[in-house]
Design a protein. Structure first.
Lengths: 366, 366
């Protein structure tokens, strides 16, 4: 969907609101509810999704009037940005829309109120608009940080320019905000390797591991952003490539894997476009400490926070697999975590053998 | 310097140590001291530098023996990595070298000691080796996170592949670990614009600001890493391009600018290769709040940490310019900071006007 189409949808929505006012009806908007209670685990699709609940945001409701005003304001800002051909960041929109409304009540007293106080408020209405008009903010041309980098046998086209990520030497291709505007021209890869850590990504690039393996290697430096998740999903969906995720052996790493695979609670309304349900885990597990003979010297004691997070994972529906239950319980019993770099105790080249071992012998968790 | 040359220097150093042992002399190494007291502000070159102090690390000194062992161990690990053609991360080297030394004293008692406990220790010896053999860890082939992204009229060559950063569409070129291995083939830019924030970088890319201005735009997402600093420096030094740094209007943003320009205390021994003394500041200053009519609604109250940091800046020799003293004192008086996105209160396109205004009218701080 291009920006013109997004603009058409936004204008249509605005016109409907204007029409009700002109017909002296109370303006109201219907928006899918982005609440925890409306976030459901879709077992068949293996991803988090937004449920069927919708909220009705009315103008003549004291509790809703402020939100209503904010939504209309943001609608206007985004429509203006599209018309002017600018690509504001979410923070720009916050500042651009923030102002003080001063009004006088029937008794002559003056009141004032800010359109919004914190960016949380303006971000929330951007998300409401996303679900209401069914367009990603990236498609609306709203900018945000982008973390993803790519190398490997994939050719993309962006604004007419063709970029072959197998011809980047020691550099890498940095993903754009709106991955859907990319054309993926050609992929000649056997799999996609998603790496949690940037430094490991750099190693594998410099050692040309991707070229030996025919793999597309991607990193988002820790918790993935929307652009990186969308790119991984597109490679999986459009080119049927297997996706393997390599993280540290701790609850944070396992959670990062699950965000690629199943989505996150906060962005459940985007899972349908961002999640990669077929992604497999090839990072370190609790039992790998024995499996790969990583001695106590290279293992780190889990913190209280790790333990708390592991207990949370156990409760998530998307970790309800016997393999995960076994691994997480083993972690909770031993309280030991292990980093991917600990494999270097077996030599600086062992990382390659480890990745190949996990993939070739199917030693991954689904 | 390529890896073969680095290896030669490392081997030479190791051979000298071995020779003294074979000749029954006490092995010792001389290393420039990376201490605060040996960090000097070079007023003429306008950068932080390491002074002339050197430490003599002797093997038969109880206080030095552990450090001596660590240095020799790291020397061996890096030499091995070069010989094997691998590019370990600093964390890989930590794990690869970490082990327990068990020994028996003359009275038959067994003692054990780890080669190093934390990564701080292994990182410190990497830095010692850098200054001792005068080679960057990047040149040694040690990997680390890379943050820098580039777009604009610059053509580089990496491992034989030519990359034209003006033909990246909405994507960007992600810098490599070792910027010195890049050949900068051609630059047809009028200036280099370094942007603190990634989201602002994305905006300027999508709005093709760089193309309207003929500018190379670079971001390192906040505090710059070594690769980004080295790349900015090379553009400035080899192509005589003016460099402008755009940050938020707060002590952290001003400090980021100074790291690009003058170097950091921690890495003062690298300033000669990483600093860009000619860089100009075009971010927001304390007086810009009036100058660009940014109303109270868009200004943020400074925290105690901001105030503390501002007082530190006042003491640094590289902030001893009347303009900086005035701005920092004004900040300390008003205790107000302002983000670059606050300019959007004057419209979503105002950012472009602001950058042009600062550059064209010379409204920068040197």
């Amino acid at each position: 969907m291009d920006r013109a189409e997004v603009l058409r949808r936004l204008e249509e929505w605005g016109a409907r609101l204007a029409k009700s006012i002109l017909e002296l009806e109370e303006p109201a908007m219907e928006i899918p509810a982005r609440t925890l209670s409306n976030t459901v685990w879709d077992e068949r699709a293996r991803m988090l999704r937004l449920g069927p609940e919708r909220i009705r945001r009315r103008f003549l409701d004291v509790k809703e009037a402020r939100k209503f005003m904010q939504t209309v304001l943001m609608l206007r800002l985004i429509a203006e940005a599209i018309r002017e051909g600018v690509y504001p960041t979410i923070r720009d929109l916050y500042y651009n829309g923030k102002h003080t409304i001063i009004y006088r009540d029937p008794w002559g007293r003056t009141h004032s109120e800010n359109t919004w106080e914190e960016q949380d408020e303006s971000n929330a209405v951007i998300e409401d608009i996303e679900v209401a008009v069914n367009a990603l903010r990236e498609e609306m041309g709203v900018s945000a940080d982008v973390k993803g980098k790519v190398v490997g046998p994939v050719v993309i086209r962006s604004q007419g320019y063709e970029l072959d990520a197998s011809k980047f030497g020691e550099t890498a291709l940095s993903l754009p905000v709106n991955v859907d505007a990319l054309e993926i021209v050609k992929v000649e890869a056997s799999y996609v390797l998603v790496v949690e850590k940037d430094a490991i990504f750099q190693r594998l690039v410099r050692e040309r591991f991707w070229s030996q393996e025919g793999a597309v290697i991607i990193t988002a430096k820790g918790m993935p952003d929307r652009a990186t998740r969308r790119f991984v999903r597109r490679l999986s969906e459009e080119f049927k490539l297997p996706v393997y995720v390599l993280t540290d052996g701790d609850p944070y790493g396992w959670y990062i894997y699950s965000v690629y695979k199943s989505g996150s609670i906060k962005l459940s309304y985007e899972s349908e476009r961002l999640a990669t349900p077929g992604a497999k885990f090839i990072g370190l597990t609790a039992s790998d400490i024995d499996e790969y003979k990583i001695s106590d010297n290279y293992v780190i004691a889990a913190t209280e926070r790790d333990v708390k997070r592991a207990r949370e994972l156990l409760r998530y529906p998307w970790f309800q697999r016997p393999e995960w239950a076994r691994e997480i319980n083993l972690f909770l019993k031993r309280r030991k975590k292990v980093e991917i770099e600990a494999l270097s105790t077996h030599g600086l080249k062992f990382l390659h053998d480890y990745i190949r071992d996990k993939i070739r012998r199917g030693k991954f968790i689904d």
